[in-house]
Design a protein around this ligand. Structure first.
Ligand code: ADP
Ligand code: MG
Length: 294
């Protein structure tokens, strides 16, 4: 495939992100990754990122297109769909600057899309159709997947926006720290995420599970409403102490009790007490939001 390279639009931890234009005029994004200075382990991680991205096809997940290997320059070029609406951290910054609150119906809309994305990761298959999920609310528990993906770095900067229609389209991206696991080895260790959004179990060196992503989702949704993360501190140790207690200020009073309860449930200390993406998708209000999106 031939692409016309355009401007650099981002700097990732692995290399630059560049806008490119395909022959038919479609705008895509290219992640240019140099593996020259990577050790064997990092290269393996890179290959695993491709594998994960390829397996995740969903409208709320940044679509991976294909990759090219440039042996001479020791670079891998990863092509993805372009999300031209910035990311959720920009939305939150804007709310803070203007001293505004994100309207509740939009909060539910974002939450719904992120639940759909996380369901797809955690079950390695698309969420059951809305009609089916209404008729048989727990059918998704019967068939268990062979493998699943943990994102492990859910934060506003990794939630991309694409406002091509009336509703903001949310896409989970940056699977650089994601991990593919199977049912025989369902726990992931050696985590390096962003401390603000790290769950208590990760901070105490326990393995991450899908519930750790749900915690981060709770932090992101809290921040979208409050405009600040639920746990903030100057040092890593202070932050760890706050997270361990899981104490945070209540959501601004403009939001409903249902929304506050839903977010609080994601921020329970015990990972087993948090809802799964599947349970969140069974909430009536989320089903209504899905009807509007799908
Ligand atoms: P890192 O792992 O270093 O955080 P990211 O994949 O998050 O890398 O990309 C870094 C930055 O590049 C993002 O914050 C964003 O500004 C831009 N970017 C990445 N992917 C896309 C995309 N698909 N569409 C638009 N911008 C993107
Ligand atoms: Mg990122």
């Amino acid at each position: 495939m031939e692409y016309r390279p355009k401007e650099i639009i981002g700097h990732g931890s692995f290399g630059i992100i560049r806008k490119v234009v395909a022959k038919d005029g479609t705008v895509n994004v290219r992640k240019e990754i140099s593996y020259k200075s990577m050790n064997q382990k990092e290269r393996a991680q890179l290959i695993s990122e491709f594998r994960i991205l390829k397996s995740l096809v969903h409208p709320n997940i940044v679509r991976y297109l294909h990759h090219e290997h440039d042996v001479t320059n020791q670079e891998v070029h990863l092509y993805m769909e372009y999300c031209g609406g910035g990311d959720l951290s920009g939305v939150i910054r804007n709310l803070r600057d203007k001293d505004e609150f994100y309207p509740e119906y939009k909060v539910w809309n974002v939450l719904t899309q992120l639940c759909l994305a996380l369901y797809t990761c955690h079950n390695n298959k698309a969420p059951p159709a809305l009609a089916a999920s209404i008729l048989a609310p727990s059918s998704d528990a019967i068939e268990s997947p062979h493998s699943f993906v943990l994102h492990r770095d859910i934060k506003p900067e990794n939630i991309f926006l694409d406002s091509s229609n009336n509703y903001v389209n949310v896409k989970l991206g940056d699977f650089g720290l994601a991990k593919m696991l199977d049912l025989e080895h369902p726990l992931a260790t050696t985590y390096v995420g962003t401390p603000f959004y790290m769950s208590p179990e990760i901070l105490t060196d326990q393995p991450s599970t899908p519930a750790s992503d749900i915690w981060s989702l709770g932090c992101v949704m809290y921040e979208l409403c409050s405009r600040y993360p639920p746990f903030q501190a100057k040092t890593h140790l202070q932050l760890a102490n706050k997270v361990r207690e899981a104490k945070f200020k209540p959501l601004p009073s403009i939001y409903s009790a249902t929304l506050a309860r839903t977010i609080e449930a994601c921020l329970r200390i015990d990972p087993n007490q948090r809802p799964t993406a599947a349970t969140l998708l069974r909430l009536d209000i989320i089903k209504i939001c899905r009807k509007e999106i799908e």
